[in-house]
Design a protein around this ligand. Structure first.
Ligand SMILES: NC(=O)C1=CN([C@@H]2O[C@H](COP(=O)(O)OP(=O)(O)OC[C@H]3O[C@@H](n4cnc5c(N)ncnc54)[C@H](OP(=O)(O)O)[C@@H]3O)[C@@H](O)[C@H]2O)C=CC1
Ligand SMILES: O=C1O[C@H](COP(=O)(O)O)[C@@H](O)[C@H](O)[C@H]1O
Length: 453
């Protein structure tokens, strides 16, 4: 779709647009100056083209992409309420080439807009890109999928999960499928556990309107971390095209369940109290503007799942993410089983081998036991480490590149989006029923002390 696409960003004045989408577009155009794209912004605000161009220029500057602005300097803006069919029709009628509608708006507005699109003449090839969260539970995600299916074919729907555009996550595919060494030990025969941890130093950052209704489980685990888990655990696809790759990730998500079907013993939740993260002071979460303490929203969530298939039976896979945490290690950690028998005569600890994919800075490391330098029979730990580099594009650059090329490989397929809700629902239910305590941790720590005991 490269040449004649118009990227229409709906929600032009929003945070996602200015902080992530436009800088990523600037980076993409800097890297690929031959790429031709038309850009149009739309939103509720009464902006002029000039105001919008300034906003685009400013965002491009944040990724040193000022020069790339020339490629979109004729970008235009229109005021539109995208929940209204007439406004959507006008946007599409005014578009040259194939439109890619990027819904950078709150999910409820995107849903209304998709309903309004039923009364709009949609041109062949139109792409619809929707941000997370996709629906609010399995049933609502299913309804939204049915609505989208009436509008455009599935491979023109881009359910965005920017974690799939992260270079380490893409590196998982290379490491797993281009190395027989790894692929042959990639199962419950050799792997004892997997942990996917994404601690964030950030707090609420003024997003109470969204976050207080979502919490850490829905914000991070229901979407991003389950998608990453699918890349770690899927069967080898025949190719990396969107059909094969997404068939493989959907299949493994279908086999994923809360461990032992017991959310009470396989999930934990907590929220932060006042504290300092580096030189930033955070009030207690409940005192943050816009937070309703009665909601009991968690800012740190953990759940353990299992994949019920021959490859993974019995391997606990723990997903964890939280806000206002000390600088923890964001990583995918694959811990191997201990050796079947350690020959007598060795001294020292023999820890299980560990393969770690670090999610920024992007590195890969393998922790192994080796003979010590001084006493050859004393085991020592060494770590073989590789810097994987930053990746050519930021995650949203990969996402936009997929949309502009019409390649849905890194977009979440409709059935997978529904599965992710099904997987977390028992935990949501147990938390709503107060069957799992809501622990506390001071901002700037690694989480509740009881979690580390
Ligand atoms: N911000 C982030 O870091 C991330 C956000 N996301 C997702 O991106 C989406 C957008 O989030 P974010 O940018 O933070 O939200 P914001 O509230 O900052 O922006 C939403 C935008 O939508 C516009 N809008 C609201 N209603 C309408 C309407 N009826 N017609 C046209 N435009 C409308 C708003 O305009 P106005 O202000 O004038 O009402 C505003 O420009 C959400 O789904 C979020 O989950 C995903 C990953 C990260
Ligand atoms: O989607 C989201 O992701 C970010 C974390 O991703 P990053 O790439 O910015 O590190 C998270 O902070 C935010 O709450 C969530 O909505």
């Amino acid at each position: 779709m490269a040449a004649d696409t118009t990227l229409i960003i709906l929600g032009a004045s929003g945070d996602l647009t200015s902080r992530l989408l436009l800088p990523a577009l600037g980076q993409l155009l800097t890297r690929e100056p031959g790429r031709s794209v038309r850009l149009h912004g739309a939103g509720m605000d009464d902006w002029t083209d000039e105001h919008w161009r300034e906003a685009v220029k400013k965002s491009f500057q944040t990724t040193d992409a000022a020069a790339a602005f020339d490629q979109v300097s004729q970008t235009t803006y229109s005021q539109a309420d995208i929940t209204q069919a007439a406004d959507l029709q006008k946007l599409l009628d005014d578009t040259e080439g194939r439109p890619a509608l990027y819904f950078a708006v709150p999910p409820a507005i995107a849903e209304k807009a998709c309903l309004a699109l039923s009364d709009v003449k949609i041109f062949e090839g139109t792409v619809l890109a929707l941000e997370k969260p996709f629906g609010t539970d399995e049933a609502s995600a299913h309804r939204l999928n049915q609505q989208l299916a009436k509008l455009v074919p599935e491979d023109q729907v881009f359910r965005i999960d920017h974690f799939l555009g992260r270079s380490t996550v893409l590196n998982l595919l290379g490491a797993r499928f281009a190395n027989r060494l790894l692929e042959s030990v990639w199962s419950a025969d050799d792997i004892g556990s997997v942990e996917i941890d994404y601690p964030e130093p950030l707090g609420l950052e003024g997003r109470a309107g969204y976050y207080d209704g979502a919490g850490a489980l829905v914000d991070m685990i229901q979407s991003h971390l389950l998608q990453v888990m699918a890349f770690v655990t899927m069967e080898p696809p025949a190719s990396l095209n969107q059909l094969d790759l997404r068939d493989a990730t959907s299949a493994v998500l279908r086999a994923t369940h809360v461990r032992d079907d017991d959310p009470v013993h396989n999930s934990r939740r907590a929220r932060y109290t006042a504290g300092d993260v580096g030189d930033r002071h955070f009030p207690s979460y409940v005192d943050e503007p816009g937070v309703d303490a009665a909601r009991g929203t968690e800012t740190l969530a953990e759940m353990t799942v299992e994949v019920r298939n021959a490859r993974w039976q019995g391997v606990p896979i723990t997903l964890r993410s939280g806000k206002a945490l000390s600088s923890g290690h964001r990583a995918i950690t694959v811990t191997f089983k201990p050796v079947r028998h350690l020959p007598g005569g060795f001294v020292g600890e023999s820890e299980p081998s560990e393969l770690v994919f670090s999610l920024g800075p992007d590195t890969m490391s393998l922790g192994l036991n080796v003979n010590g330098a001084d006493d050859p029979l004393e085991l020592e730990r060494v770590t073989l480490a590789a810097d994987l580099g930053e990746g050519a594009l930021k995650a949203y650059g990969e996402v936009l590149s997929g949309i502009l090329d019409g390649d849905a490989m890194l977009a979440v397929r409709g059935d997978a989006a529904e599965q992710c809700w099904r997987i977390v629902q028992p935990v949501i239910d147990a938390w709503r029923a107060n069957e799992v305590p809501l622990d506390e941790y001071p901002a700037g720590t690694a989480g509740p002390t009881s979690w580390n005991e």
